[in-house]
Design a protein around this ligand. Structure first.
Ligand SMILES: Cc1cc2nc3c(=O)[nH]c(=O)nc-3n(C[C@H](O)[C@H](O)[C@H](O)COP(=O)(O)OP(=O)(O)OC[C@H]3O[C@@H](n4cnc5c(N)ncnc54)[C@H](O)[C@@H]3O)c2cc1C
Length: 730
């Protein structure tokens, strides 16, 4: 564990203690959307006293000198508790960082310590009635006068303007310039002459919105933020701060927590498990954004993906809660029913989630522009020992691409095609030590190789052989020969093993069962306990019935009619064994998802209808953006499971659920965008999509893993649940 991890744990404990104390004292009740609606100056003050406003800013300007990764810990603990943080949120999240990046030293000295102390609070004066999604259309005008500027205009939807000491205002300083060029940023004192604030009630009847009328308001020269005319560039850079945090994911978390606790039957557990798998993945993406911010970058793409997927997730939590909690929303009921009230809050707040901070359509147009080769660089990648993100992946990936390029297609037999070459290269042994029959390297290297097989639509028993080797190696054992495969009986199937080591029973749809020289089998003893054994592929009494999956890959029935097996070791649960091929399957699925995305992006760029390329239609761009999102989530989930390693089957389950969902959605959109030619065997799209449809339910169905995730989550109390989801602080 690093020093940072220790510090984060300590910080997490302190935040939890503060929040628990305030809840216990009845000083706030957890509610949905509290980061916008929960305004409590005393709570903000309590955070300020602990140095928790401006946590990432330099100590010299009143900040905490900590990382964005630390701020992620702080903010997620406040958000999931539904704490009243609205008072300081805008200043802390984006205006402080903007002043830090663009403000003069004088402006920094003047404002940052006071924001950090909770004395100065900011509202955001960006939107106008005629400038919403197209923010560059702002008309509020600033005119140069002696010593400063006079600002006139109307801002709208300005949350908490009536309580803030200052406003950030985007205004036009050059009316002759091109729309995006003539904008500048100002810091406006809300007590200045000419500032008028008019309340607007929102759907729930809350007053946070306002209209702010600026009538010839004087702003001194030194309150221009950054360069004159550079406002557009500056404001778009702020967007990584505005969009990339967990407030775009956790607005309804208190409601989700109630649903998790109440989830009862299999249907509830399935939906809940899917939601939790997505949440864990979004959290990992937020960690990536925090890391990029710490590296001084502006991860605009990753932040846009987080915001678009995260805010839809927040809305979906309401529907999940309706399904699971079976309560009616009740905003004011007595006696107070927490779940009914949280649901009422969640429903009335939800329409705003996908509007504030950039509407869905705008986010997707940013994301769709990235769907070109080489554009996805700011998305999460493995960090190597030297701290370089993506370098190790890139090396292994380049080698794999060289070997596999042009070798994909319909599945071949193991005697022909690429398999003998891969055997010679030792790929099946990557990720395990040489003294256990391996070829060295890390699990991550193996994941990259398997992923490459998916990307090049190469069907060979690599995944199965590698998984068999890894499972055996976990017990200090070396598999005898490859190709190998793994057999874990599904529900309704049993392989029994007698005391003398004889295995009997039938298992269907075994990947590459026909070719396996070694079979790693989970069998059940007479006392019901599971055991791993090794069976020789040429053993007497082993009968094979050929079969295939939708992609034509071998999936064969294996009958064990009294087959002699060699004991490898005891296991806790068959799922722990199944999680190993499931993780590799997720990686392979990710590869095929990349293949489908690349094909589709290339197709819509050249295919013309109505006189222009399909990509120029907004609907097409939106569909492509959602494919990028799904591929990104799959990438993050596989990365998280690989980082966690084989000792964490729960991470593999999450990856399995996320990649299965991506397989469904991406294949559907890809076929839609390819039109009729995509539903033929002549076009290569089917090579990847038929695999995706097969793989998403192999090694455990999406539903099965989702139920397992929810069952595990339900057994945990509030804090351990969060620790488990994030994989931190355990
Ligand atoms: C809860 C909440 C809090 C807010 N707080 C603040 C604040 O503090 N300060 C502030 O300045 N603003 C704030 N806003 C305003 C927010 O930034 C704007 O609402 C947002 O930018 C969208 O602008 P609009 O409402 O004018 O919608 P419009 O831009 O009119 O969009 C309406 C709909 O039209 C469609 N649409 C728009 N553009 C496109 C396009 N290019 N392609 C396809 N479809 C499109 C989309 O379906 C979109 O949802 C807040 C909004 C909400 C809901």
């Amino acid at each position: 564990m690093t020093d940072d991890d220790h510090h984060h744990r300590a910080l997490r404990r302190e935040v939890r203690a503060l929040v628990a104390g305030w809840i216990a004292a009845g000083r706030f009740r957890p509610r949905c959307d509290a980061w916008l609606r929960g305004y409590d100056a005393e709570f903000s003050q309590a955070l300020a006293e602990r140095g928790w406003i401006g946590l990432t800013w330099p100590v010299g300007v009143g900040g905490g000198g900590r990382s964005n990764a630390a701020r992620l810990v702080l903010t997620e603990e406040l958000l999931r508790a539904g704490a009243p943080v609205a008072g300081h949120w805008m200043g802390d999240r984006q205006i402080g960082p903007a002043i830090l990046r663009y403000g003069t030293p004088e402006l920094q000295r003047r404002y940052l310590p006071r924001i950090a102390a909770g004395e100065v609070t900011f509202c955001l004066g960006m939107s106008e009635s005629e400038a919403g999604s197209d923010l560059s259309a702002v008309r509020t005008a600033a005119t140069a006068v002696a010593g400063g500027w006079r600002i006139t205009g109307r801002k709208i939807w300005t949350s908490h303007a009536h309580r803030s000491t200052h406003a950030y205002v985007l205004a036009r300083t050059d009316r002759a310039a091109e729309q995006h060029a003539g904008l500048s940023e100002f810091i406006v004192d809300m007590t200045a002459d000419g500032v008028q604030v008019r309340p607007i009630l929102d759907l729930r009847g809350d007053h946070h919105f306002n209209e702010v009328v600026l009538d010839d308001v004087f702003v001194p020269d030194d309150h221009v933020l950054g360069q004159l005319g550079n406002g557009w560039k500056q404001v778009t850079e702020q967007l990584a701060f505005e969009r990339g945090g967990m407030e775009r994911v956790l607005s309804t978390y208190p409601l989700l927590a109630a649903a998790v606790a109440a989830a009862g039957d299999q249907a509830d557990l399935g939906s809940t498990g899917r939601a939790l798998a997505l949440l864990a993945t979004l959290r990992r993406l937020a960690k990536h954004v925090a890391g990029q911010l710490d590296a001084g970058e502006a991860p605009v793409l990753a932040a846009a993906i987080l915001k678009d997927v995260g805010t839809r997730f927040e809305q979906d939590v309401n529907e999940l809660a309706r399904e699971v909690l079976a309560v009616e929303p009740d905003p004011v009921g007595e006696p107070v029913d927490d779940a009914a009230q949280l649901l009422a809050d969640g429903i009335l707040a939800a329409p705003g989630f996908t509007i504030r901070g950039g509407v869905t359509a705008v986010l997707r147009s940013i994301i769709a522009r990235s769907a070109r080769p080489g554009q996805l660089a700011d998305l999460p990648a493995r960090v190597d020992a030297a701290g370089a993100a993506g370098a190790a992946d890139a090396d292994v990936r380049a080698v794999a691409d060289d070997v596999l390029r042009g070798r994909g297609g319909e599945p071949q037999t193991v005697d022909a095609g690429i398999w003998p070459t891969l055997l010679e290269l030792g790929w099946a042994g990557v990720g395990r030590p040489e003294d256990l029959g391996g070829a060295g390297g890390e699990l991550a290297d193996l994941v990259t190789l398997v992923q490459a097989c998916g990307r090049h639509v190469v069907s060979v028993p690599l995944l199965e052989s590698a998984a068999a080797g890894l499972i055996a190696a976990q017990h200090g054992h070396t598999v005898k020969a490859v190709p190998a495969t793994v057999v874990v009986p599904r529900a309704g199937e049993t392989l029994r093993i007698a005391d003398d080591g004889i295995v009997t029973g039938f298992v269907g749809r075994v990947p590459w069962g026909r070719a396996a020289a070694t079979i790693i089998v989970v069998a059940t003893r007479a006392d019901g306990r599971p055991l791993i054994v090794e069976v020789d592929g040429a053993a007497d009494g082993l009968e094979r019935t050929p079969g295939t999956n939708l992609a034509g890959e071998p999936r064969d029935g294996l009958r064990f009619a009294g087959v002699t097996a060699r004991r490898i070791g005891d296991i806790g649960a068959p799922e722990d064994v199944r999680a190993v091929p499931a993780l590799l399957r997720s990686a392979m699925t990710l590869g095929s998802l990349e293949n489908v995305l690349e094909h589709t992006a290339a197709h819509v760029a050249v295919r013309e209808q109505f006189g222009r390329p399909l990509a120029r239609f907004q609907d097409v761009g939106s569909a492509l953006a959602q494919m990028v999102e799904q591929v990104t989530l799959a990438r993050v989930a596989v990365l998280a499971a690989t980082e966690a390693g084989l000792g964490r089957p729960d991470r593999a389950m999450i990856a399995a659920v996320v990649t299965a969902r991506a397989a469904t959605d991406v294949a559907r959109s890809a076929h839609q965008l390819h039109g009729a030619m995509g539903v033929t065997r002549e076009h290569p799209l089917h090579l990847a999509t038929r695999r995706l449809w097969s793989w998403r339910d192999e090694w455990g169905s999406e539903r099965e893993w989702a139920v397992a995730i929810a069952a595990q989550a339900r057994s945990l109390a509030a804090d351990p649940l969060w620790d488990w989801l994030t994989g931190e602080s355990e």
